[in-house]
Design a protein around this ligand. Structure first.
Ligand SMILES: NC(=O)c1ccc[n+]([C@@H]2O[C@H](COP(=O)([O-])OP(=O)(O)OC[C@H]3O[C@@H](n4cnc5c(N)ncnc54)[C@H](O)[C@@H]3O)[C@@H](O)[C@H]2O)c1
Length: 267
């Protein structure tokens, strides 16, 4: 029996990177999946891949920054595949920067897409989940939500997602709705930020590996596996949790220890 055979999922930003990996893993475990994407070509490509693997899949085009578009898209997805039992808030945008150089417009755009966009999806889906007797929501935050790793506007939005996760878990638990957050570390995708960084240094992922106790950056499916677990009945008593999926990065300061407190190495 497949773990997600009764799951009707909607994954935002599933046309690319981690979102596509999540959609593929859920579909591979039996879920019907709606791909909500701003980029139509990418979204349709994911749907084709899911269908080629035998899954029921549907595409809706929407900008999560618009509540009206999200509400329409979620109604359309429910009509196509049935009431949504699992929402994965994955879509996000960043153009990096720091406090000294970020424009006001850029700060507002990152909060609008990353935090408000996630809230829009939660707001649209919770009444429907309540009506069907429950459901699960997994929000993709970031290690940036928990520590400073640069990129302050994105980080503030992701930190807001953690608190939103706790609010949803607290207020909707009585309706059978669970809500958890996953905080990925660096994940090998070709999103805009990593593409620019790779153009500056093609070895960026290899160089980053030393910061991770497990000796590598993440792959999209590392995140998808955590989402598939949190979205499944195996996590039936887990709600309001914030799960770093970061190869151990937040557990300590290995590079500092290695460089300055040499006796702690055990190799
Ligand atoms: N890649 C990493 O290293 C990393 C690390 C930590 C957290 N994350 C998080 O993981 C998630 C996926 O990251 P990724 O690297 O796969 O990103 P990505 O840029 O490759 O994919 C994001 C997808 O979201 C879509 N999208 C963007 N804005 C949208 C909008 N307004 N409405 C609808 N769709 C929209 C894009 O078209 C794209 O397909 C994001 O939440 C990101 O913040 C990524």
């Amino acid at each position: 029996m497949s773990r997600h055979q009764d799951t009707v999922a909607l994954v935002t930003g599933a046309g690319h990177g981690i979102g596509r990996a999540i959609a593929e893993r859920l579909a591979g475990e039996g879920a019907a999946v709606t791909v909500l994407e701003l980029n139509e070509a990418w979204g349709l490509e994911t749907v084709e891949r899911l269908r080629a693997g035998g899954a029921r899949a549907h595409f809706v085009k929407a900008d999560i920054a618009s509540f009206e578009q999200v509400e329409t898209a979620i109604a359309e997805a429910s009509a196509a595949l049935g009431p949504i039992s699992l929402l994965v808030n994955n879509a996000a945008f960043t153009d990096a920067g720091n406090l000294a150089n970020i424009s006001l417009a850029s700060w507002e755009r990152e909060i609008d897409i990353n935090l408000n966009g996630t809230y829009h999806c939660v707001r649209a889906v919770t009444p429907l989940m309540q009506a069907r007797g429950g459901g699960a929501i997994v929000n993709i935050a970031s290690i940036n939500a928990l520590r400073y790793f640069g990129n302050p506007s994105y980080s503030a939005a992701k930190a807001g997602i953690i608190n939103l996760t706790q609010s949803v878990a607290s207020e909707y638990g009585r309706h059978g709705i669970r809500c958890n957050a996953v905080c990925p570390g660096s994940v090998r995708t070709d999103n805009i930020t990593w593409t620019i960084r790779q153009q500056k240094d093609p070895q960026v992922f290899e160089k980053l590996a030393k910061w991770y106790p497990l000796g590598r950056v993440g792959e999209p499916d590392d995140i998808a596996k955590a989402v598939a677990f949190l979205g499944s009945d195996e996590a039936a008593y887990i709600s309001g949790a914030v799960l770093p999926v970061d190869g151990g990065l937040l557990a300590g300061m290995n590079v500092m220890i290695d460089e300055f407190i040499l006796e702690s190495r055990n190799d």
